[in-house]
Structure formats: structure tokens, C-alpha cells
Design a protein around this ligand. Structure first.
Ligand code: GRG
Length: 295
């Protein structure tokens, strides 16, 4: 089967898993449930849960324990997109090809939907405890999920990004933002897949290192697309970085250097994959496909 076809099938399967864990749209508070589902059901590439599942398979995992974590990861990612689009952040009105949550439901409901998805993610991940596997590894996976989303991960990266908006950034600050704001969730995805499959500590560490490189490359590619692709293809506005006075790898070094860096980081990650105790051809192809992604 061609890679593109395999990816399409895998995305469909991941969507099925995510949908199984979404909240019912009922109760006095149902507006927030509807807003949560609106943002998740709009789609998206599902990259993080796919990477988690493929890493789990790479280490020979073969139970359903990874599924609540895949859904949880997509919920955390989506919650961050909802908050990132708010008027007090990027002030964007288009995401995943539809109106952003604040534009469709109001700012108050978007804050609540982001909060709710973030917490529902942990409620969802905790469902793994009912699957009769080691509670220790489930606890470890939840710890990684929390740490990499919070002040020492995504929220930390976003903090510096927001605070420094309009100012120049040093290379060190830019790297901190890319690693934390973007790469940490990819890192968590691979590490959780490895932990749940009982990989060795060294394999878990190496998985994190690989995903960090892929994550930074992913963010640089995102910067390139922001200035080269149109809003219809992206499903979100282009030139958003310029509008928000953001310093990016592209604004500092130009598009050609950015493309070279994406390729270098990907090559390094693919090279490191050979040191893992296990192989996954699809995952390698997925990483390679991200170098030239167009949305
Ligand atoms: C609510 C936990 C929480 C955090 C809020 C707003 C914020 C803190 C963080 C923003 C982080 C952010 C949006 C980083 C950018 C990462 C990025 C490149 C996102 C785009 O990911 P894709 O391309 O999107 O995978 P799809 O739509 O395909 O899922």
C-alpha cells in the first residue's frame, strides 16, 4: 500500500478512537461540550496520536491501553489551539477550515472549552486504569502528559512567545520557544507510546530526543508555510506571524536556511531511530513526509 493511503486509513482509525472518548452533548452545561466537540471534530492531521500509536507498535505494544492516551493527547493539543486563537493571543478567526471557537461561540465559551478539554484529557487518560494493566506505567505516562503540557513544556514555550511578541529574540530564546511550545507535545506522544509498551528507560529517552528534533522541524516548517501557503490550504490564516510581530526562524534566517534546517533535523532524527530497539517503517516515512508537508 502506498504511504499516503496508509496514512489516510490510519487517520480514519485514529478519528474513530478519538470520537469514542468525546463527551455527550447533554446537560445544562452542554454548550461547552458542543464547543469542545466542534473544535475536535473539525479534524486536523492527528499527528500526535498517530505518532503515539506507531511508537507503541514500534516497541511491540499490542493492547488498547494506548487509546485513551491518544484521545487525551489530541484533546490537549486542541485545547491549546482554542486558546492560541483567542483575541488576547493570536486573534485568529479561522482554524481547521472553520471559524475558531471564540468566533463561533464567543470568547467566554472558548476559554471554557479550552479549559474543559484540557481537564477532560486527564479524565480520559485515567480510563486506562480500568484496562487491568500496570498502574505504574499508566501513572508514568500521565506524569509525562502533564509535565510536557505545563510550565516546563507547552505553556512555558507559549509564555515566552507571547511575552516577547514584537521584540527581537536570541537564538536561545527562539529555541526555547520551539522546543517547549511545539516539540514537547510530540515528545510526550512518542515517550508515552514507548512507556505504555514497556520500552526500556534508554528507549524512552531516545524516543523523546527523536521527537524533539521532529517537533522543532515541524515548527520551522509551520513558519515556512505561514509565509508561503494560502489560508484555504492551511485551514488557518497565513501571515499570522507577521500580523502578530513574531520573530520566527524564517524571519531570522530566511526560507532557504529554514528548509535546510528542517531537512537536517529530520535526518538527525531518522538516524537516531536506528538506535531504538525496534523498527517502524511507517513512522520513518511519516517523519520524512513532514519535511515537505503543505498544511
Ligand atoms: C490550554 C494547555 C493549554 C495551553 C495554552 C495557547 C497555548 C497555551 C499554547 C499554544 C501552543 C501552540 C498553538 C503551538 C503551535 C504548535 C503548532 C505548530 C500547531 C499546529 O499543529 P498541527 O499542524 O495542527 O498539527 P492540526 O490542526 O493539524 O492538528
Amino acid at each position: 500500500m502506498r504511504f499516503e493511503e496508509e496514512l489516510r486509513l490510519e487517520t480514519d482509525r485514529v478519528n474513530e478512537i478519538i470520537h469514542r472518548y468525546l463527551p455527550a452533548e447533554e446537560g445544562f452545561q452542554r454548550t461547552v461540550n458542543i464547543a469542545m466537540n466542534y473544535s475536535i471534530n473539525a479534524g486536523g492531521k492527528r499527528l500526535r496520536p498517530i505518532i503515539m500509536q506507531e511508537t507503541y507498535r514500534l516497541f511491540d505494544g499490542h493492547s488498547r491501553i494506548v487509546e485513551p492516551f491518544m484521545a487525551a493527547m489530541e484533546m490537549i493539543h486542541t485545547s491549546s489551539l482554542i486558546h492560541d486563537d483567542l483575541p488576547c493571543m493570536d486573534n485568529d478567526e479561522l482554524r481547521r477550515g472553520q471559524k475558531t471557537v471564540w468566533a463561533a461561540f464567543g470568547e467566554d465559551m472558548a476559554v471554557l472549552a479550552g479549559d474543559a478539554l484540557l481537564l477532560y484529557a486527564f479524565e480520559t487518560a485515567a480510563k486506562a486504569f480500568s484496562l487491568h494493566e500496570s498502574p505504574l506505567k499508566i501513572g508514568k505516562a500521565m506524569q509525562v502528559l502533564a509535565e510536557k503540557s505545563g510550565i516546563n513544556g507547552m505553556v512555558g514555550g507559549q509564555t515566552l512567545d507571547v511575552e516577547k511578541s514584537g521584540d527581537g529574540l536570541s537564538e536561545e530564546e527562539l529555541d526555547y520557544i520551539y522546543v517547549n511550545k511545539t516539540a514537547e507535545l510530540l515528545e510526550a506522544s512518542m515517550m508515552i507510546g514507548a512507556i505504555l509498551a514497556d520500552a526500556s528507560n534508554e528507549d524512552v529517552r531516545l524516543s523523546g530526543e527523536i521527537a524533539r528534533k521532529i517537533g522543532v522541524a515541524f515548527q520551522i516548517r509551520d513558519d515556512i508555510l505561514d509565509v508561503t501557503a494560502d489560508a484555504e490550504t492551511l485551514g488557518k490564516p497565513s501571515f499570522s506571524d507577521e500580523k502578530n510581530n513574531k520573530t520566527t526562524f524564517v524571519s531570522l534566517h530566511g526560507i532557504e536556511a529554514a528548509e535546510r534546517r528542517v531537512q537536517e533535523l529530520t535526518d538527525e532524527a531518522i538516524h537516531l531511530m536506528q538506535r531504538l530497539t525496534g523498527e517502524n517503517r511507517f513512522l520513518t516515512q511519516l517523519f520524512l513526509s513532514l519535511v515537505g508537508r503543505e498544511k
